[in-house]
Design a protein around this ligand. Structure first.
Ligand code: CAA
Length: 258
């Protein structure tokens, strides 16, 4: 996989994607988003890949949409092109689990793409924010929506209205990230978690993801019904028989992803 703005590689069952536009702090230009799409499509189609990791550099996960690229566009142009829609949503629509490993800046679109992932692991250097208001615009890829659902109205309002940047400790405290890790250990710890999830039955991991995400879209009663039906459907899998038999026989399960 030969890309200009990202590095994508298979590491066993893990599809590893590093945003790689260091001179612009991984600002999310059109070409980078196109390449990110291609890499996700490839890993999603590859049945040997169970989990995706999305990371950046030590200094920046991504400092947002590319300001130079968008600054002169006009309303009709962005409206007709449905700017920041096609391509940007690909991370959120990935059916396999996606872990974001964030060090340094995750601002604007960078914070939004991290929030599209299923788990965010943060280095102690991570900084999150929706500073679009400083540019005379607003978040365009879920910042006002996902951030509010995750950290609540008051904090989301403060972040989006003032452009304040929060550090990793605050991000963990308010539930934006699942864990803070020493920067030097971030990639190793991320790989450990990715490998642990990748060792599970892939269809079951996909059902877990689908079911947790359902809770964002529906009422509790509908969500519980959706979960129960998926739970029932796991009884059609060989992996459910294997997992439960392995427990009873006191041995590790050998999942076949069927
Ligand atoms: N777009 C384009 N280029 C960017 C960029 C961005 N979002 N962020 C940083 N860069 C470029 C800088 O222009 C600079 O390039 P040059 O060396 O060619 O001048 C290079 O990256 C390094 O940046 P700085 O010199 O500014 O580095 P710093 O360490 O002093 O500051 C920073 C780092 C605080 C992250 C600062 O770069 C910054 O504030 N960036 C913009 C953050 C932002 O506003 N993001 C929101 C974008 S809008 C958006 O994302 C909309 C949406 O919802 C999708």
């Amino acid at each position: 996989m030969n890309y200009q703005n990202i590095i994508a590689e298979k590491r066993g069952k893990v599809g590893w994607i590093a945003l790689n536009r260091p001179k612009a702090l991984n600002a999310l230009c059109h070409d980078l988003i196109q390449e990110l799409n291609q890499a996700i499509n490839q890993f999603e189609d590859d049945t040997s890949i169970h989990v995706l990791v999305l990371t950046g550099s030590e200094k920046a996960f991504a400092a947002g949409a590319d300001i130079r690229e968008m600054k002169d566009r006009d309303y009709m142009d962005v409206y007709k092109a449905d700017f920041i829609t096609k391509g940007w949503q690909r991370v959120a629509s990935c059916r396999k689990p996606v872990i974001a490993a964030v060090a340094g800046y995750a601002l604007g679109g960078g914070c939004e793409i991290a929030m599209m992932c299923d788990i965010i692991l943060a280095a102690d250097t991570a900084k999150f924010g929706q500073p679009e208001i400083n540019l005379g615009t607003i978040p365009g890829s879920g910042g006002t929506q996902r951030l509010t659902k995750i950290i609540g109205k008051s904090k989301a309002m403060e972040m989006c209205l003032s452009g304040r940047i929060m550090d990793a400790a605050e991000a963990e405290k308010c539930g934006l990230v699942s864990r803070v890790i020493a920067a030097a250990d971030l990639l190793q710890e991320t790989m450990k978690l990715a490998e642990k999830i990748a060792a599970m039955s892939l269809p079951v991991a996909m059902m877990v993801k689908e079911s947790v995400n359902r809770s964002y879209e529906t009422t509790l009663a509908e969500g519980l019904l959706f979960e129960r039906r998926l739970f029932h459907s796991t009884f059609a899998l060989q992996d459910q028989k294997e997992g439960m038999n392995a427990f009873v026989e006191k041995r590790p399960p050998q999942f076949k992803n069927i």
